[in-house]
Ligand binder design. Sequence first.
Ligand SMILES: Cc1cc2nc3c(=O)[nH]c(=O)nc-3n(C[C@H](O)[C@H](O)[C@H](O)COP(=O)(O)OP(=O)(O)OC[C@H]3O[C@@H](n4cnc5c(N)ncnc54)[C@H](O)[C@@H]3O)c2cc1C
Length: 456
Amino acid sequence: MRLDQLSRRHVLRFASVGAALFGMGLLPTPAHGQTRDILVIGAGAAGLAAAQFLRNQRQNVIVLEARDRIGGRAYTDYEFASFPVELGAEFIHGGNVSTYDLARRQGLRLLPAMNNERNYSIFLNGELIAAPRWFLIPRINLIDDGFFPLAEVREGSGAADINLAGLLQSRGIVLDDGLYRLVDNAIQAEYAATLDEQGAFGLLEFEDDGGGDHRIAEGYSRFFELYARGLDVRLSSVVESITWSSTGVRVVTQAGTQYEADHAIISVPLAILQSGAIRFDPPLPPEKTAAVAGLGSGAVGKLILSFDEPFWADNLELLYTDLPMQLGWTPGYGQDDSAVFTAYFGAASARGFSQMGVDGAVAAILGDLERVFGISGLSGRLQDARFADWLADPFSRMGYSYTPPGSAGLRDVLAAPLDNVLFWAGEATNAARPGLVHGAFDSGVRAAREVLGLRR
Ligand SMILES: Cc1cc2nc3c(=O)[nH]c(=O)nc-3n(C[C@H](O)[C@H](O)[C@H](O)COP(=O)(O)OP(=O)(O)OC[C@H]3O[C@@H](n4cnc5c(N)ncnc54)[C@H](O)[C@@H]3O)c2cc1C
């Protein structure tokens, strides 16, 4: 046995004994008071927003972050290309959202992205079809907002929730195989769930933030670096247990460090909660565990490829395909003429590519690109590749959350505080804006306000 394995077991044993004593009330119960810390677990968009909001209100906050960096599922690679390349979140979706305003106040440059549908293309049944010609394809709005009216009608009729595949069937909508694959791919990439996995009523919880997608020219990592200034963030602090009662919390990290506080805001990804990687003592109540289990942790991933030179149209903003690569775009669009291409995939495709590993995924996606653009020999033209496999990342284990049939309403249950001690943030807790950086950010502010309301 290696020494590090031995010491880790000791830490775990120590943590569980300490946790048990605290839960039984055998350890002294810490006194309440303004001077005690609020703990925020996770330094992604939600955790940082919560912590900075509380710090601005003169609260004493410590952020515990498992990784050796902040930002969570927003992470920029500054080495891969001559411009910042996003491995996780890439766009600010909507011009009227919190993160857009904040980026502007930080003096960051916002570059319009994916704003001109005339620059979109579809690869369907072996043919590359440029807009606006594909607007002639029947039911093509299903790759965009076409499911919303169908879901609204079903909800209005009083019928039970159903998955999107069933929703199509219930309305007698039949798509040919290629179009079905294209629509399924678009839904997988957007919602991190297949047509069989995503529920109809969950879609109706979304609020429309309007159009206008942007990239942050300096990268999301820079955005969070600027935003987190002044915060007490303890990196490489993997939280393993949270012991809680109506008087406070005790949090123990993998290294055996203990923190006590009046309140904890938990902002780790849903998949981390589902995995049991954090032990709660006493266990979470049934309605909370039902919400954790009932929501879906969807996979999404990216493969970013750089080539000797571009082989796509100069103005390509977005490519939909009926192939496993699902979506594609050029991350340097509007910034650089470099030959970098991003393949973006969710749900079944993301799980498949994750299982293949980087070499298998590169080979498969090069094959897809050769079919789309009618060329060969791309492996000889490939210069570099980055596989952002968030499913395999131990502190994410997912892309973003989705709502299976019957789970509408569970995000609010997940978000509800417990005993005024445990508070919940993160994209999965935001019913109106899930799976988004600004949704995560807003959820952190909401949780911070809930805590602050108790301390005033
Ligand atoms: C490939 C991809 C592309 C995306 N594209 C976009 C996009 O273009 N636009 C957009 O708005 N959104 C996008 N998203 C979604 C967006 O990234 C997320 O919704 C958002 O970043 C989630 O923030 P969060 O704070 O809820 O969670 P996270 O960012 O995951 O933060 C949670 C933090 O908790 C930490 N943690 C985990 N376990 C522990 C533990 N045991 N102890 C301590 N800390 C722990 C993690 O390390 C992490 O830092 C994308 C996501 C992915 C994966």
